[in-house]
Design a protein around this ligand. Structure first.
Ligand code: NAP
Length: 483
């Protein structure tokens, strides 16, 4: 095990407003989800401080909007390099505040470095198009073209489960497209957001272009949503909060990246040897606290027994424990309440006839990886987002039945199918009602430049740098009359 280099002495943290580190008036203690030890005191921004942050972002918006794209790209390149230099420290921060196993946290940092690199590259290719005006009878002798303009101040509200990379999915495209940001990170994971602010200061971002305000989601969130100076809210988090934001936002632009109960279909011709490790990763990576975590596995009845037995024996081998230990694969859930909720959902399912194939128990705040069998569609472990290391495996008589079961959900983020039949693959891709279909992979797959987002209660709008830039810019049309 490597020793953490995070300095635990100076526990009191500060807000980052207008390029200054600002002392908070009130603080909330931040505890490690794994050890329950206090790791920091986090300032709870007052209404005045939130307003200061919004004003700072508002007043610098023209500087950012007029900054040439090569300079915006340079800042993002610098940030990417600084993060690379501080890779280990960044991963330890994530492991400490989110109990993400260090190995997985290092993976998240590597992705974050790439996300900011993509943002640097995309900053240079934001462009419009020419419009053939003379295609209309009244369009002769006119030249038309479009351009994309920054929206202004972006309010970014982020979740705990990928505290660096999901912040990058908002901060990266916002800077790339010349916007300014007020960032409200999840209360459990503010340290990585402060660390980002430190790095961006060093990377050369103008003062006020990024502000980090911590505090209760409802209080900070409401103020961002209500402010006329904030032109867009980009939110990643739970459907309940997402829907409440949408209801309050009026005409403000809103993108929502919400949850799911992602499923995969395993067709009868599948090579199990190859797919079991993918399914294990999909179900248990980051303790199942991933928006596209594999929660429902529907296996053709001809290979069901074989799949189930192999999956359970692979689950048994997972290493559970301290997130700062490089060997650990599954660690603590984000809070003791989430442990209780998960156990309750398992008990409810068992009371109604489901069986626990393995797991269903805890060691401290670690819920051991759990496989549910015979779970019915209406049970919470199936129809709600479990956000815990719990996966169900059920037999199906055909791919058609699998598609029906996956679509029978209020969510629709990503879904997958394993099959060797091309017609089955393409037909399934067409019929699944989700934002992204993975053929021959689990739904738990994402690289950071692909379009990403859901349908139904999984959200609206798309991320993936280029797609987020589209959301964060306004299309302007210019028509030049040559007569
Ligand atoms: P959450 O409880 O919804 O919190 C997300 C953020 O919203 C936090 O910063 C939170 O602040 C803030 N918030 C809470 N109440 C608010 C309110 N009334 N108004 C405005 N903001 C408010 O979600 P989480 O537990 O951190 O994250 C897990 C959820 O995120 C899961 O549902 C998961 O599927 C989803 N997720 C989706 C994606 C995707 O890309 N689709 C990616 C990752 C996660 P506090 O922390 O201070 O409460």
């Amino acid at each position: 095990m490597k020793n953490a280099t995070v300095n635990k002495e100076d526990l009191k943290r500060k807000l980052f407003i207008n390029g200054e580190w600002v002392v908070g008036e009130e603080h909330a203690a931040l505890f490690s989800p794994y050890s329950q030890e206090k790791i920091a005191d986090i300032p709870q921004a007052t209404s005045y401080q939130i307003e200061e942050a919004i004003n700072a972002a508002y007043s610098v918006r023209e500087i950012m909007a007029s900054m040439p794209s090569y300079k915006r790209a340079e800042i993002l390149e610098n940030l990417s390099s600084l993060l690379k230099k501080n890779e280990q420290k960044a991963a330890e921060i994530i492991a400490l505040e989110a109990a993400k196993p260090l190995k997985t946290a290092l993976g998240e940092v590597a992705r974050t470095i790439e996300t900011y690199k993509f943002a640097a590259e995309e900053a240079k290719r934001i462009h419009g198009e020419t419009i053939p005006m003379d295609a209309a009878i009244n369009g002769e002798n006119r030249i038309g073209f479009t351009s994309r303009e920054p929206i202004g101040v972006v309010g970014a509200i982020t979740p705990f489960n990928f505290p660096m990379n999901l912040v990058a999915h908002k901060v990266g495209p916002a800077i790339a497209s010349g916007n300014t940001i007020v960032l409200k990170p999840a209360s459990q994971t503010p340290l990585s957001a402060y660390f980002l602010a430190e790095l961006l200061e060093e990377a050369g971002l103008p003062k006020g272009a990024l502000n980090v305000v911590t505090g209760s989601g409802r209080i900070v969130g409401d103020q961002l949503i209500k402010s006329d100076k904030v032109k867009m809210i980009t939110f990643t988090g739970s459907p309940e909060v997402g829907i409440s934001i949408r209801n309050k936002a009026g005409l403000k632009k809103v993108t929502l990246e919400l949850g799911s109960n992602a499923g995969v279909i395993v067709d009868k011709d599948t090579d199990l040897e190859k797919i079991i490790p993918r399914c294990i990763m999909g179900a248990f990576s980051n303790q199942g606290q991933v928006c596209i975590s594999l929660q429902r596995i529907y296996v053709h009845e001809e290979i069901y027994e074989q799949f189930k037995n192999r999956f359970i024996s692979a689950t048994e081998k997972l290493v559970c424990g301290d997130p700062l230990n490089m060997e650990t694969e599954v660690s603590a859930l984000i809070s003791p309440q989430d442990v209780d909720r998960s156990l309750q959902w398992i008990r409810e399912a068992v009371a109604e006839g489901a069986e626990v194939g393995i797991g269903g128990k805890t060691e401290g705040n670690v819920l051991l990886p759990t496989v549910m069998l015979k779970a019915k569609q209406h049970m919470k472990v199936s129809c709600q987002e479990v956000f815990a290391p719990i996966v169900l495996i059920n037999p199906i008589s055909s791919v058609k039945e699998g598609i029906k079961l996956i679509n029978d959900s209020k969510y629709g983020l990503q879904a997958g199918i394993f099959t060797t039949d091309i017609q089955t693959a393409l037909k399934t891709a067409k019929e699944l009602h989700v934002g992204g279909v993975l053929i021959n992979d689990v739904p738990t797959y994402r690289v950071d430049h692909m379009p990403y987002g859901g349908v139904k209660d999984s959200g609206t709008g798309r991320e993936g740098i280029r797609y987020a830039i589209e959301e964060m810019t306004e299309l302007k049309l210019v028509i030049f009359n040559q007569d």
